[in-house]
Design a protein around this ligand. Structure first.
Ligand SMILES: [Fe+2]
Length: 193
């Protein structure tokens, strides 16, 4: 058996990053509509690591817990199609607020800017409102319901069984769609993308 160095604690998300179509448009949504006031950015002329000539503005918004949401405004390499509205399963971002009252107040605020925030949708452990940012990404604002921790703890009790049944049920479908090699965990992490 191979031995591996011990994992070190992952403290949280430093930043999650994706493309924006336009920095000012994105600042309008995240600062003016959602109220993230602590933001900054840098213009970088070439991609670090590869040296590729693709000037971009790297934009950062900081949230209340110190974590960042980041964007790349890089018109040279951007594909306009990327900014079409994406399915929530493909990508979405959930901001957490403290309470139902805060979520509902945010819904009123977001609506007052003409951005339609739909919901709330009750997920049993969280309740959420949903909207789209100017980049086609679904944004969720959510709060933890009182039973949040208990529900998650309960699902953990039998998750190994749930996973095993799910894998057995979907294996053939995935092999047909992706190929057996593509879903083998080792080949996925060692083969070129
Ligand atoms: Fe979500």
């Amino acid at each position: 058996m191979a031995t591996h160095p011990a994992a070190r604690p992952i403290k949280g998300v430093h930043h999650a990053a994706y493309r924006c179509r336009d920095a000012e448009q994105t600042i309008w949504f995240y600062r003016d509509v959602l109220g993230l006031t602590n933001y900054t950015g840098v213009v970088i002329e070439a991609v670090p690591g590869t040296g590729e000539d693709d000037p971009y503005l790297h934009l950062f918004f900081q949230m209340g817990n110190g974590e960042f949401l980041a964007f790349f405004d890089a018109p040279g390499s951007a594909d306009p199609d990327w900014f079409k509205r994406k399915e929530s399963f493909d990508m979405h971002w959930a901001f957490e607020v403290d309470s139902e009252e805060d979520m509902l107040a945010m819904q009123e605020r977001i609506d007052s800017y003409g951005v339609s925030a739909v919901g709330p949708v009750d997920h049993g452990f969280v309740r959420s409102i949903y909207m789209y940012d100017p980049n086609g990404v679904q944004v969720e604002v959510t709060y933890r319901m009182p039973q949040h921790d208990a529900i998650l703890a309960k699902t953990q009790e039998n998750f190994d069984d749930v996973l095993a049944r799910w894998q057995a049920r979907t294996r053939d479908q995935k092999v047909a769609k992706f190929g057996a090699e593509a879903i083998d965990r080792r080949s996925r992490h060692t083969a070129a993308a």
